[in-house]
Design a protein around this ligand. Structure first.
Ligand code: PGA
Length: 251
């Protein structure tokens, strides 16, 4: 049985004070969240502060990015080992904002995925098509290309440690959520790809989250789909009530 993973992606929001307050609220509210995993991914500079709040609780902390080299002259970058060192369990990789605004390629994501696994982190690797790609009927092709590029060279055992987040780019921060059927269709396709490349055992193990305008009032229906194993939540993770609404729907 796959456990649902509800992760909040705070993006470039919050300050030290509001991050700690939200973390404290989440720690308290998520105390009784049974049969699912909860995580928050604050901006890098607040990772340590948030990790301190969650220490000894069930809530995991994740970074929103990391670099693939282990150490050295890479000004401004942070290694996966450093992320692990401050108490993180997860790292989001290949988010569409990084792919499209910061021009990260699947090759970059692949290097980072390998580095994250080596450091003992769980990478949450995002895949998703643009609106134009969906309208052109190329969603399957785009997902397959991102999948093969981002996971190249992973063994089956490594692939089992990866969390995939399907995030249609047209649904992120737009309020335009994919219908539960649209999400399930792509999730099923990703599951089939996993079977094709790594076998049934891996395919049945890997958690595939949905992300893109998930809110308390649509979460239940989306999470009810058999191949949707959780949510990567942006906007609605910034307030405790809306995030808890999603966690409660998941429960
Ligand atoms: P959203 O963002 O929930 O605000 O659409 C999701 C994401 O980008 O991970």
């Amino acid at each position: 049985m796959r456990r649902l993973l509800i992760a909040g992606n705070w993006k470039m929001n919050m300050n030290h004070k509001t991050a700690v307050v939200l973390a404290e609220e989440l720690k308290k509210a998520a105390e009784n969240a049974a049969h699912l995993d909860v995580a928050a991914c604050p901006p890098l500079v607040y990772l340590q502060a948030v990790a301190n709040v969650f220490q000894g609780t069930k809530v995991g902390v994740g970074a929103q990015n990391g670099y693939f080299e282990e150490e050295g002259a890479f000004t401004g970058e942070i290694s996966m080992g450093m992320i692990k060192d401050v108490g993180c369990k997860y790292v989001i990789l290949g988010h569409s904002e990084r792919r499209h605004i910061l021009h990260e390629t699947s090759d970059d994501v692949c290097l980072k995925t390998h580095a994250a696994l080596k450091a003992g982190l769980t990478p949450i690797v995002c895949l998703g098509e643009l609106l134009s790609e969906r309208e052109a009927g190329t969603t399957d092709f785009v997902i397959r290309r991102q999948f093969d590029g981002s996971f190249s060279g992973l063994t089956s055992e490594q692939m089992k440690q990866v969390v995939i987040a399907y995030e249609p780019v047209w649904a992120i921060g737009t309020g335009k959520v994919a219908t539960p059927d649209q999400a399930e269709e792509v999730h099923l396709g990703i599951r089939a790809l996993l079977t094709e490349r790594y076998g049934k055992d891996v395919a049945e193990t890997v958690i595939i989250q949905y992300g893109g305008s998930v809110k308390a009032d649509n979460a239940r229906e989306i999470l009810g789909k058999p191949n949707v194993d959780g949510a990567l939540v942006g906007g609605a993770s910034l307030k405790i009530d809306s995030f808890m609404g999603i966690i409660n729907a998941a429960m």
